[in-house]
Design a protein around this ligand. Structure first.
Ligand code: ATP
Ligand code: MG
Length: 433
């Protein structure tokens, strides 16, 4: 940045007349370009706050301060490194105080993944006078092009002289006169200008973005999600994150019988999900020897159910080590043979820890649309060697009974196999940002 000024200074002090040398001309051109770019950057983001609304967090009665604190802490963590000056509470909303160098696109992406945030908007904070509000509205709408708009005022501070409908009408008339856009009070309006007046301060916001909603991660406790590398289990994990759970992961692999890239792919999915919770662990559990024992000792149609029962036993042990309270899977009723009602209950009988299946009533298209929205879909559909397609039976049973499974497991050293798998597990810590 200093170079154009240096050139300009050298030219000015060289005793040359204006614009009569090549150096003079080029120095002036470079300076003009830089001044122009600086103005553009300034114009690109004049607002210095983000107004954050939360929904369910606000309904928690006596626990409300605890939920609000968790949300504030999570927002501060999510935005760390982005020069945020403060995140504070303001009458049932939160206000993020940006520095001039805070990069808005990055702030927007990260806030959009903070569970508990319902929506947020760039905001101008001014004194609650009509003049200042008018000026802030002019600035706020400047970057937008729109054919229809509406103004929504909320007045927590009743000392402001105009009532909300009167301020809406006044500001609306001004915007109409300046832009020619039409007033549309419905949700179809292309731009909504929000004015919130709280204790002597007015916040003027537009350009609302949606957050995930739900509850702040961590507030509900800890669970362990069985993460497979497919489309479903990352979505199941996301639903638990949204209900305020910290989610750790366990993945079973058949490496070295399957390739290492498949394990790396699952770690990548866990990393993507860590963007919603800042910290997570993934336990990578070798499963090939367990599978080989099952294949050698038990009837082929029951294999998949037996694999799952061992996975659940091992994951339950990891859940205990982790201090977590429940297991989570991406199962959805009837999607594949191991997910019939009969098989889900015989799998579940192998554990005493509760097993949550947030996708149980969802169909594949619904699951895929969430996977796309949370950014895991593209990784999930990459080719993958699943440990269960290795040593897969031709005709898996759709209706198993507990007696059948217990008889099939009789020749196996169940505890020994579980301990062996646990001993081979490697745990990776994931941190974001
Ligand atoms: P996904 O898309 O999550 O792979 P799916 O529809 O393919 O699910 P299955 O492969 O039958 O269904 O797996 C059912 C659930 O069991 C998965 O959602 C996951 O929670 C768990 N699971 C399956 N394989 C593994 C694995 N290798 N490691 C960890 N969990 C697994
Ligand atoms: Mg799968």
């Amino acid at each position: 940045m200093a170079l154009p000024y240096l050139l300009y200074y050298l030219w000015e002090t060289s005793g040359q007349g204006p614009l009569d040398t090549w150096a003079g001309l080029s120095a002036r051109a470079v300076l003009c370009y830089h001044v122009f770019m600086e103005r553009r950057v300034e114009q690109a983001r004049r607002f210095d706050h983000v107004l954050v609304h939360y929904g369910e967090v606000g309904l928690k009665g006596q626990n409300r301060p605890r939920f609000e604190k968790a949300l504030i802490d999570n927002i501060a963590r999510a935005l760390s490194g982005l020069h945020i000056k403060a995140v504070r509470k303001l009458y049932g909303r939160l206000l993020v105080d940006l520095a001039p160098e805070s990069p808005w696109e990055e702030v927007r992406d990260r806030l959009g993944r903070v569970c508990g945030v319902v929506n947020f908007s760039p905001a101008h904070r001014v004194e609650a006078t009509l003049e200042d509000i008018e000026a802030a509205v002019d600035e706020a709408i400047a970057p937008h092009t729109f054919e229809s708009f509406r103004v929504q005022t909320k007045r927590a501070d009743k000392t402001f002289p105009l009532k909300s409908p009167d301020l809406n009408a006044h500001i609306g008339t001004r915007i109409q006169a300046a832009t020619g856009a039409a007033v549309d009070l419905s949700d179809a309006a292309e731009l909504t200008v929000v004015i919130e007046i709280v204790s002597g301060t007015a916040l003027v916001a537009c350009g609302r973005q949606l957050g995930p909603g739900g509850l702040p991660v961590g507030i509900a406790g800890r669970v362990v999600c069985m993460l497979s590398g497919g489309i479903d289990s990352p979505v199941a994990a996301y639903y638990m994150l949204k209900r305020g759970c910290q989610v750790d992961f366990v993945h079973f692999h058949s490496y070295p019988y399957t390739d290492r890239a498949s394990v790396d792919k699952v770690v990548e999915i866990a990393r993507l999900l860590t963007r919603f919770q800042y910290r997570a662990t993934i336990a990578l559990v070798p499963f090939a020897e367990v599978q080989q024992r099952i294949v050698a000792e038990t009837p082929a149609p029951l294999r998949i159910i037996l694999y799952r029962r061992f996975m659940v036993r091992i994951a339950e042990a990891i859940t205990r080590q982790d201090g977590a309270s429940a297991l989570v899977t991406g199962e959805s009723l009837g999607q594949v043979s191991s997910q019939t009602l009969a098989n889900l209950s015989t799998i579940e009988a192998a554990a005493t820890t509760p097993i949550f299946r947030p996708l149980i009533g969802m169909d594949k298209q619904e699951i895929i649309s969430i996977a796309r929205a949370i950014g895991t879909y593209e990784v999930s559909i990459q080719p993958h060697d699943d440990c269960c397609s290795f040593l897969m039976p031709n005709r898996p049973a759709t209706r198993s009974t507990l007696e059948q499974l217990e008889a099939a497991e009789a020749p196996l050293d169940v505890d020994g196999l579980v301990s062996m798998a646990l001993e081979g597990a490697e745990t990776e810590k994931l941190v974001w940002p």
